[in-house]
Write a protein that binds this ligand. Sequence first.
Ligand code: NVA
Length: 375
Amino acid sequence: MRTTGSVTRVNSWNEWDPLRHVILGRADGCRIPPPEPAFRCRVSPGTEMEAGWGARPPETVAMANEELDGFARVLESLGVRVDRPSPLDFAKPVVTPDFETGSMMGCMPPRDVLVTVGNEILEATMSYRCRWFEYLAYRPLLEQYFREDPRMRWEAAPKPRLSDRSFKVDYFSKYATLKDRLPRVEAKDFLTTEVEPLFDAAELARMGKDIVVQHGFGANLAGIDWLRRHFPELRIHAMNFPADPHPMHIDCTLVPLRPGLVLANPARPMLPEQRLLFEKNGWQIVEAARPAHKSPPPLSYSSVWLSMNVLVVDPKTVCVEASETHQAEQLDRLGFEVIPVPFRKACPFGGGLHCATVDVYREGALEDYFPNQVA
Ligand code: NVA
């Protein structure tokens, strides 16, 4: 067992260096949010999610928390310090001068809200109205890190207006079927407009000097441009995955595992020009194993591809959802020690093991893993 360091230090440049400190979400008070533009893509028409917004059944909250606490114990046994957010009263409506929606969502998953890049923790703009104030659940931790680590940079991207001007409000009614949607997604015609920068933190896949950001429903080009200007010393690559009719949050689509190895979703193939970045730098692109389940758990926002939403603890160790045996076997063959973590009951609250965490500290420094850039 490694020892847990008590000194707070913010540092994380990639998705694989040895992990020493994370924030892990909580299910307390989580709600199914009311309909709104950004959420429509995560809720299938005619499902119970669409019908019933409001409190989640209490027994599901308790079961999710049990799994989240179990995951915390696994991480702690690996020497990782685990901090937890402070839930708010998520039943409160969200009201700004520009919009009003009936409730918040919760404080799971933190990966959508915060991203650590080097010694900086950045609060994302977010693209959901119900998640506009979610950063507040993390503020006690961020205030503490800011006090304890004199080198920490604490940044917040401009809070978006999220008025009806930020969305193509008739997008989902116009392109309701896959047949209508896929050509739009292929043409990079997504849900959001470009009137203001928008990005969820979970659209970023960090690989040292290079960060891939998914251009889709959770990040627009203005948001990607904002990130480029905010991190001028890094190379920000916009990528889109045309076979995904709900392109939101990159960590079920493209998952860097260690230097030279990236897991790719075979149902959402990368475009040849996007593969080039990896190919020109000797990276292996491995198609993820098939998910163990035919459908996501009830009241879920995510697809079955949560199978590949793994948390890399260090370049030789990876946490995988316990029932995802195909994914576990594949990672074992790729040379990882696989740690199975039961998480299927927590998944409906906003995703898998990667979604549920935010790196605060990984060992290691900024490195260039892609010296051969694509023109
Ligand atoms: N859009 C993703 C969710 C990522 C956590 C999926 O469901 O595949």
